[in-house]
Design a protein around this ligand. Structure first.
Ligand code: MGD
Ligand code: MGD
Ligand code: SF4
Ligand code: MO
Length: 749
């Protein structure tokens, strides 16, 4: 194939120019590494061809335009000015997204597992053969075990067409890792308190806030675009930031308070902030009286949680706890205690976010300017199709008996239901895996592998030869987001808005869009009536027309903003019904109580590391999104490996030098496959080490990133499950250093 890899030098040139511009045009964003400014002079639109898209490099889904150069090749992606997710700017990963298209390590043809010459191999097959095989197997599974025993695990936009397929086939066993490995606990915590989850983008009115409290929420490294921009504006306006993090994060360096908490003790801090707000009379009495339920119980509950008590748990000085509580109260109601996004930490995560939800209520910030606004979203109509068949059972039968507040299917529970040891009647026998690299994403890799072994069918739809593809029966190569249409992006925001993604180029090699695969499978499964449209343009146009626009208009504008139907904020004293049992904000949760959980958050002690062990904590780097970018040629140039952050005191004990290669071994004796370089820094507490998630790729076909750095997931073998919603707490793993290569014969290439 003759398409040339994009020139790395060109990319750097763009970023360098961008950064220089940034210093002048956007001083507020200077603290964020690599963030590009608005594209001030658009390319000459009469000459340059552009196609609307929204980014697939992370889940913020910024809308922009893909531009072609004079030779008709994809050149760059630039933010759409009308889009509230991007406001016309892309983050470095989004800009580098072009590298996903040009990556020559991509999956190129359907691959089928065959047994030849005494071994398992992948053989290239035609789409016909691949799809026939899958449909035949799915028919057998439906006949032998019922259609419910097929599950869909997904985290790519194209998952939406596979969801439709699976429901038409007769299964609702569908899960994304973005629930039980990510934001599930905060959703459950807010549902229990306000009767509504948070969803994405978070309706925090950061743009107008006077005080933003971030609990392990490392914005600036966590690069959710519109959010980073609003935080920058807030900093520029002089809003005070309070950051609670055992690590001196980028945002900690911009904060009025950095509280370097002892990991796993956040609930003690939160309870003592609640104590100070109540006992120092700092809370919003009118708001609490009008909207909240259970204040007296809460007051009694937190009576003893003084800052002095919290100090014994958290290592944070009582004065700092008090001062920071006063700081929030001073700004209230224009104050936000941010719920974070990835919240599956220690197992008591729903209760931690409950405490956050309660704090916001005491500050009177929910539904108030500078606090939380009421977001609105436009419903996307479904193209006419018959009603779905009724499954005999769903994920609810698997999960809800134990995790009563689980809001969606849990990827980890569907995996457990696939294990040979599953004695229940609800067994999963086949997986469709669409854009999720389960082995790095779901903790306890051995369990995932045992489940995979027991499957009758495993189909992986991906763009890259990620680890998970190696275990598939069939691999279907999807074209990248720059080469396909996808379902409409409709997202909640201050104003309801929608965006179109359309192809800017033909799919490279023999890759295909997910919608096409789902439709083809449907026709083989005799489910064609659920996909009546000839092609996806017809389907999208029909939907757009129901929404008051058209595909033709959307191709020009990319993003459409609709009028609001509700107010953004509550008026003073306005009546409001919260969707809870009492119709009020439940400081004391009747729902949790009825389900047998603590109605108010309790502090639970967590294990601390033994001598010579350190808590393994992980996070994000501004230049990468997990493993999905680790092979991206553009982004590898910006950051090619992760390093382990080690406090100088610890480095001294171990005699570690900067950039020395070490291996990590966890409490269960699991050793990292590869070595990692040491970064000695005061920015991490002495009881923890920190690495960026998404590195240590073990598939040699990923030629840009194979063996670079290590994968935190393989060291996460002890999981603390949230008893309320079933999320997998992953931060109770401890590691020690191995200075000699423990895999004697292994050569790191
Ligand atoms: N140890 C550890 N585990 C974690 C986390 C952590 O920090 N540490 N983070 C958790 C969080 S917050 C989340 S949200 C999840 C994320 O979990 P995942 O979304 O599973 O994460 P990725 O590793 O990015 O895997 C994405 C997969 O999608 C593929 N892909 C990319 N684009 C496309 C596309 O257009 N189509 C298709 N079909 N495939 C595509 C990629 O090649 C890759 O295989 O992981 C969770 N698990
Ligand atoms: N660039 C980039 N941006 C991303 C992503 C990405 O991959 N790359 N992923 C996106 C996704 S899917 C998600 S869910 C979000 C996640 O983003 P966040 O919700 O911000 O991230 P977390 O992973 O929960 O938190 C990481 C931070 O928690 C701190 N921490 C660790 N243990 C503790 C503790 O016990 N207490 C406290 N207070 N802090 C602790 C770590 O030091 C680190 O700074 O990021 C999103 N944004
Ligand atoms: S934040 Fe960056 S990577 Fe995520 S969708 Fe927006 S531009 Fe893409
Ligand atoms: Mo996430």
């Amino acid at each position: 194939m003759s398409i040339k890899k994009t020139s790395r030098r060109d990319f750097i040139k763009i970023s360098a120019a961008g950064t220089a511009g940034l210093a002048l045009a956007n001083p507020v964003l200077n603290w964020v590494p690599g963030f590009l400014p608005k594209h001030e002079k658009p390319l000459d639109e009469s000459k340059a061809k552009r196609f609307p898209t929204f980014c697939e490099v992370c889940f913020w889904k910024c809308a922009g335009f893909t531009y072609l150069n004079n030779e008709g090749k994809i050149q760059k992606i630039i933010g759409n000015e009308d889009d509230p997710h991007s406001n016309g700017r892309f983050c470095p990963r989004g800009t580098g997204g072009v590298g996903m298209y040009y990556d020559n390590d991509r999956l190129k043809k359907p691959l089928m597992r065959v047994f030849e010459d005494g071994e398992n191999k992948f053989k290239e097959v035609s789409w016909e053969v691949a799809l026939d095989f899958i449909a035949d197997k799915m028919k057998v599974i439906a006949k032998d075990h019922g259609p419910e025993s097929m599950a869909l695990l997904y985290h790519a936009s194209s998952g939406s067409y596979f969801k439709h397929l699976l429901k038409a086939y007769g299964s609702k066993n569908i899960a994304k890792p973005s629930y039980a490995q990510c934001l599930g606990p905060r959703e459950a915590g807010f549902v229990a308190t306000y009767g509504a989850g948070i969803s994405s983008p978070e309706p925090t009115d950061v743009k107008n806030t006077k005080c933003l409290v971030l609990i392990g929420n490392h914005v600036g490294e966590n690069m959710h675009n519109g959010y980073v921009q609003e935080v920058s504006e807030a900093i520029d306006r002089g809003a005070s930031i309070i950051t609670v993090d055992p690590r001196f994060s980028t945002i900690a360096s911009k904060s009025k308070f950095w509280l370097p908490i002892k990991p796993a003790t956040d609930l003690a801090l939160l309870l003592s902030w609640i104590h100070v707000l109540i006992y120092d009379d700092l809370y919003d009495k009118k708001y609490v009286e009008q909207y909240a339920f259970g204040f007296d119980e809460l007051k009694a509950h937190v009576k003893n949680f003084t800052p002095e008590w919290a100090y014994t748990k958290t290592d944070i000085n009582p004065e700092d706890i008090r001062d920071s509580a006063y700081e929030m109260a001073k700004a209230a109601p224009a104050a936000i205690v941010h719920p974070g996004r990835h919240t599956t930490w220690y197992g008591d995560d729903t209760q931690r976010t409950r405490a956050i939800a309660i704090l916001n209520a005491l500050l009177g910030s929910y539904g108030k300017k500078g606090g939380w606004y009421f977001a609105e979203k436009k419903k996307v109509p479904q193209y006419p199709a018959p009603a779905y068949p009724h499954p005999q059972w769903t994920w609810k039968e698997i999960t809800r008996p134990t995790y009563k507040s689980a809001g969606t299917g849990l990827a980890n529970d569907l995996i457990k239901a696939s294990l040979p040891s599953n004695q229940s009647e609800h067994k999963i026998k086949g997986w469709l895996v669409v854009g999720t690299n389960l082995l790095s994403t779901i903790p306890d890799k051995n369990q995932t592998l045992a489940a995979i072994k027991n499957l009758e069918l495993m189909v992986v739809v991906d763009t890259m030869p990620m680890e998970i593809t190696g275990y598939a029966d069939i691999i279907l190569p999807e074209c990248t987001y720059l080469e396909r249409y996808d379902d409409i992006r409709s997202s909640q925001h201050r104003y309801p808005n929608i965006a179109l993604r359309m192809p800017a180029a033909e799919p490279r090699w023999d890759t295909k869009p997910g919608w096409w695969m789902a439709k083809e499978l449907a026709s083989r499964l005799k489910l064609g009536k659920y996909f009546r449209w000839e092609n996806v343009e017809e389907e999208l146009d029909w939907k757009f027309k129901q929404m008051g626009t058209s595909l033709e208009e959307m191709k020009k504008i990319g993003v459409k903003i609709f009028d609001k139907e509700k107010d953004l904020y509550l008026d003073e004293g306005e009546e409001h019904f919260f969707n809870t049992d009492t119709g009020k904000i439940e400081l004391y949760s009747l729902d949790l109580e009825a389900k047998g959980y603590d109605p108010m958050p309790k502090y639970t002690e967590h294990a601390q590391p033994d001598e010579n062990f350190y808590r393994l904590i992980y996070g994000r780097a501004p230049m990468h999104t997990f493993g999905r970018t680790s092979n991206n040629p553009n982004l590898v140039d910006l950051m090619e490996e992760n390093k382990v952050w080690v406090n100088p005191k610890v480095a001294k004990i171990w005699g570690l030098e900067p950039d020395q290669e070490v291996w990590l071994e966890n409490q269960d004796g699991v050793i990292s496959t590869f070595s990692i370089k040491v970064r000695v820094t005061e920015r991490i507490r002495h009881d923890s080490v920190y690495i960026i998630h998404g590195f240590g790729k073990s598939n040699k076909l990923l030629t840009n990133c194979y063996g670079k750095g290590i994968d935190d997931s393989e060291l996460i073998t002890r999981i603390k499950i949230d008893p309320i919603m079933g999320g997998t707490g992953m931060r109770e793993n401890f590691v020690t250093f191995l200075l000699e290569n423990p895999h004697k014969k292994e050569v790191k290439s």
